[in-house]
Design a protein around this ligand. Structure first.
Ligand code: ADP
Ligand code: MG
Length: 719
């Protein structure tokens, strides 16, 4: 009888021949408890014996795979603690010397080892053939042309050849497996059936077997995630009740707040902003609650899109909330939104439905953060519950106890990457209980996320993209400067900028996790520069440990050009908008990730001044951080950088907040399996249809319930 994945997860590995109590413990230590765990312990790579070369026939300088044994091995310790392991490797045709630098474990691993596979470049050293730090695999006396190499764990004593043996036994005993994905989908996508895939990933007969097996199993991982996301989305759309906002956005002069605001703007919206607004308008006018992700590059003008959307809600007599990740950003939004709304107010207030009695009440915007004084906070909460506040802007303080709206129609979450998913669902839960209707939700990202990742991480949301910058933006030139002379060059660029009438930012190094240390280093840098390289310029300092009022006052003075240079920590990372600032120096730039560097760089290039970004770092060219800096120098396109970032860094961090049960990605890569992500999404949409309980696919449901955790999703499929 064909077995299901779930049934295999109910069989303990101890039931296999050759796995007794001791071995079971060893396997459990690396997380292999059941037969399902074992068959999804995938090879790290393969040794293809058909590529094997003989020592006698390889040329110096060639990269090759050799099979043979180690006959002698010795370890030397050099002064300064360096360790060199030397070994002699032989096959039936010759001898190669092996040298390993700083890999002291090699002596124990290779002592008298037979059946060693080496991969590396063969060189001539003093007349003898030599390989330095080759890739080493102990393949054991395994047969087959293609030998899978499993992750070994020295500490637990688990060897790749043991794993291979257990797997051979497991696969033989399984005999056959069910495929929960319909045949016609599998064949349309040109995928292997599931059972063949499990066999071929562990026992490929030819190299291409392992690739096709991997595709199928990676597809299954992605499909499971997509089924969850799509089911959740379909369920929400079928069951949740939201507002039908009165949008009517683009008829200028139709008396709505939104159109009045657009008319009063000092610029025209870009076609892309209009497109996104019409997507949002269509969502917001429908009674199905909106759950939309708004993507756009730094400076593409997402804030105005958010503000117009907030007015869609406010003009019908409902409220809007804007959730920002930092106090600095919340304050800035508060200032700029207050100013923008002040202008349009009086003209349109009397047209609003709730002011039929002619009380020309002004729109009311308030700011609520962790540092809002208690008395003010109390007043805000009262007015909020009484419906007198139209727009509430703030930090996570908005999510705190006691914050109750009278009729919250829209929540905008700015810079989503700083917030977890829990926060989103918290908003949802809370608001449903207050008004009976779910507010619309618009989530904005600070920097773009590659499409494959957005689809996986935010796959329960609809996605809108602002894909052009407003006209007239200047190009930002980016340079990577090294060493003392690099820093000196940065300071003379700053002085030149100020001499031209511009302003500059100096971003201080990121200090591990500690705002206090980071602040201290910023203070030190500020003092050093004031008395040294930037003496004579008007310097300001802002960091996370300052009181909010102090911060606000420094930011104001910088905005009003009373300061030439702002020395800052990453508190200025997002949102800060001072168009006259056109040079940014980022110290120890290698400490930052690409998204963060791109955000920081986005502080300049906001006005008509030619802008410069100077990355000061002593990283090596080919280190990971060097790759990031090179990418930054190459491009200012956030979408391109997001792809590069994903390739350099992997998806771990992005997926981090959304890891659920055992739906993790072991094989699939969001960076390289783009097509698989797309097909998994399409198939999920097709299979779910409008039946979010997936009643026609009980095997898939069983798998999801089992792997994700019954508690979390039982409601989804059973409720
Ligand atoms: P981000 O998408 O990074 O949040 P912002 O919303 O802060 O970008 O916009 C950056 C700047 O561009 C702001 O000063 C804003 O007023 C301005 N802006 C937005 N839309 C346009 C437009 N269509 N034309 C010109 N300037 C615009
Ligand atoms: Mg923004």
């Amino acid at each position: 009888m064909a077995r299901s994945l779930v049934s295999l997860d109910r069989i303990e590995v101890g039931r296999l021949k050759g796995i007794g109590a001791r071995r079971s413990d060893v396997l459990a230590k690396v997380g292999l408890k059941t037969v399902y765990d074992l068959i999804s312990y995938y090879p790290r790579r393969y040794v293809d014996r058909t590529n094997q070369r003989k020592i006698a026939e390889i040329a110096v300088g060639e990269e090759a795979m050799l099979l043979g044994r180690v006959t002698r091995i010795a370890t030397r310790r050099l002064k300064g603690g360096r360790v060199i392991v030397n070994a002699i490797f032989v096959d039936s045709t010759g001898i190669v010397d092996l040298v390993f630098f700083n890999q002291p474990y090699r002596e124990r691993q290779l002592q008298g080892a037979d059946d060693v596979a080496l991969f590396g470049k063969v060189e001539n050293y003093r007349g003898r053939l030599q390989m330095t730090n080759p890739l080493v695999d102990l393949i054991g006396d395994r047969t087959g042309r293609i030998v899978p190499i499993y992750p070994q764990s020295a500490s637990s004593g688990l060897l790749t050849r043991d794993v291979a043996r257990f797997l051979a036994e497991a696969l033989e005993r399984i005999g056959e497996m069910e495929d929960p994905v319909p045949d016609q989908v599998v064949s349309r996508l040109g995928l292997l059936d599931r059972w063949s895939a499990y066999q071929k990933i562990h026992m490929p007969e030819q190299p291409k077997d392992s690739f096709s097996a991997r595709s199928r199993l990676a597809f299954d991982e992605l499909l499971r995630i997509q089924l969850l996301l799509v089911s959740e989305k379909v369920k929400r759309e079928a069951t949740a009740k939201g507002f039908s906002h009165d949008v009517a956005p683009f008829q200028i002069g139709n008396g709505t707040l939104a159109s009045d605001l657009i008319e009063a703007l000092p610029f025209a919206l870009t076609p892309s902003q209009r497109q996104v607004l019409s997507e949002i308008a269509s969502d917001m006018s429908s009674p199905i609650p909106m759950h939309r992700l708004l993507q756009g590059d730094v400076g593409s003008g997402k804030t105005i899109v958010a503000l117009v959307s907030m007015l869609f809600s406010v003009q019908g007599g409902h409220q809007s909330a804007l959730l920002a990740p930092t106090t600095v950003l919340a304050e800035q939004h508060f200032q700029s939104i207050s100013a923008q709304i002040e202008d349009l107010l009086t003209a349109s207030a009397s047209d609003r439905s709730w002011s039929l009695f002619g009380d020309d009440r002004k729109l009311k915007v308030e700011l609520l953060t962790g540092s809002t004084p208690l008395a003010l906070r109390r007043r805000i909460l009262l007015e909020l519950a009484g419906g007198e506040i139209d727009i509430l802007i703030g930090t996570h303080a908005l999510l705190g106890e006691g914050v109750a709206f009278s009729s919250l129609g829209l929540v905008v979450v700015d810079e989503q990457h700083r917030f977890g998913v829990e926060q989103r669902s918290l908003i949802k839960e809370r608001e449903r209980s207050n008004s009976g209707l779910e507010p619309d939700v618009l989530v904005m990202t600070a920097t773009p996320i590659p499409r494959s990742a957005a689809m996986t991480v935010f796959g329960d949301l609809d996605i809108s993209v602002v894909n052009e910058l407003p006209p007239g933006r200047t190009r930002i030139e980016t340079f990577w400067l090294r060493g003392e002379s690099g820093a000196e060059q940065a300071w003379s660029e700053v002085k030149a900028e100020v001499a031209r009438g511009g302003q500059a930012y100096v971003v201080c190094p990121l200090v591990d996790e500690s705002e206090r240390l980071e602040a201290a280093s910023a203070v030190a840098k500020y003092e050093e520069l004031s008395a040294g390289s930037l003496e004579g310029l008007r310097l300001g300092l802002v960091h996370g440990q300052m009181k909010p009022t102090e911060k606000a006052s420094v930011m104001d003075r910088f905005r009003d050009a009373e300061l030439d240079v702002l020395v800052a920590t990453t508190v200025i990372e997002v949102g800060v908008d001072v168009p006259n600032a056109a040079t940014i120096v980022i110290l120890d730039a290698d400490r930052f990730g690409i998204a963060q560097l791109h955000q920081l760089r986005g502080r300049v290039g906001r006005g008509s001044r030619a802008s410069k970004c100077l990355l000061v770092s002593n990283s090596d060219d080919d280190s990971n951080s060097g790759e990031r800096l090179k990418a930054m120098v190459e491009s200012t396109d956030g979408f391109y950088l997001a792809e590069r970032d994903l390739a350099i860094r992997g998806a771990g961090e992005l997926m981090g907040t959304r890891q659920r049960g055992r739906t993790d990605l072991k094989l699939a890569s969001l960076a390289t399996d783009k097509e698989l992500v797309e097909s998994a999404r399409r198939v999920a949409i097709e299979l779910v249809g409008d039946d979010y309980k997936l009643t026609e696919y009980p095997m898939l449901v069983e798998e999801l319930l089992h792997l994700v955790g019954e508690d979390e999703i039982a409601n989804l499929f059973r409720g």
